[in-house]
Design a protein around this ligand. Structure first.
Ligand SMILES: [Zn+2]
Length: 297
């Protein structure tokens, strides 16, 4: 395990620790900085009374200024038995981005900042994160949504580009950075998507990716599948997102460590980064993202 990225400046500190495998990960969880997290979080909630909404002050990296972050104590998704959902909460009052999305802005700035006029692809377009990225990096940024399976990848419909991560329309080696947040668990064939993302990255290009990750599970568990054009459920269907109510995006996979092997098949370096920051208000158990670097050829 390496404490590879720890940023301290006048506004805050981000503790970000990279693990390569489950043994690394287990030793990491034993570090005092992470061991005491749970107690710290319980204390935070206790100190603030019983209102459903809870707020904390800190510094928002995408906004570039101090802000207030709000968290609902109640569960967010139907499948959750208890709240709060730290990862999907702690929305910044300024930009509206939640905990998970703000941390992706943080790592994107650090990775893209090392490159001149970076070409960046985000697997989202109608989001505050995309707007931030486009403002920050200008014409080098491409964003897309998954609009409809009948639309040809690369087509623009009402100003929005359609892409399917299993068959991206971009040329090989086009991007310095690909950012993908909570998309892969909704994909029928993630190995194919990983292959496609590696293909469109330049040599030494980086994939920054988040998914709900089940660190206690060695394997990936398939919840749903597309067979002969029909969706088959192997487990009770689970959905993310709120629209339409009770539906949203179907979850195809619960990812465990097998996902790391799938990244390693296509990337020279793969790290699971576990992070925590009181000042940037990245709080909660189980905050992770993946950082995968393509080889030199
Ligand atoms: Zn903000």
């Amino acid at each position: 395990m390496t404490i590879r990225t720890s940023l301290s400046d006048e506004v805050g500190t981000m503790l970000a620790v990279s693990c390569e495998d489950r043994v690394d990960y287990d030793s990491l969880r034993a570090l005092p900085a992470f061991r005491h997290q749970r107690a710290f979080l319980d204390q935070l909630l206790d100190d603030d009374g019983d209102d459903a909404m809870f707020s904390l002050d800190g510094f928002c990296v995408p906004c570039g200024r101090p802000s207030t972050f709000r968290l609902n104590r109640r569960p967010l998704f139907a499948a959750e038995t208890s709240g709060p959902n730290w990862r999907e909460g702690l929305h910044c009052e300024g930009c509206g981005m939640n905990n998970r999305i703000r941390s992706m802005a943080w790592i994107t700035e650090r990775v893209a900042g090392e490159r001149e006029r970076p070409q960046i692809y985000a697997t989202e377009r109608r989001t505050a994160f995309y707007d931030w990225l486009a403002t920050r990096y200008g014409e080098g940024v491409v964003g897309s949504e998954y609009l409809d399976p009948t639309v040809e990848p690369g087509r623009v419909v009402d100003g929005i580009r359609h892409e399917d991560v299993e068959r991206l329309s971009f040329d090989d080696a086009k991007f310095d950075v690909v950012v993908s947040m909570d998309v892969l668990e909704h994909v029928n064939d993630p190995a194919r998507a990983i292959e496609q993302i590696a293909r469109v990255l330049k040599p030494e290009g980086e994939l920054l990716l988040s998914v709900p990750f089940f660190a206690g599970s060695p394997s990936n568990i398939r919840r749903s599948q597309i067979l002969d054009g029909e969706v088959v459920h192997h487990l009770p269907p689970e959905y993310h997102g709120a629209s339409p109510p009770g539906q949203g995006w179907l979850v195809f996979w619960d990812f465990g460590w097998e996902l790391v092997d799938e990244f390693r098949a296509r990337f020279a370096s793969v790290e699971l980064v576990v992070y925590w920051s009181r000042q940037y208000v990245h709080l909660g158990p189980n905050l992770y993202f993946f950082r995968c670097v393509r080889g030199t050829s």
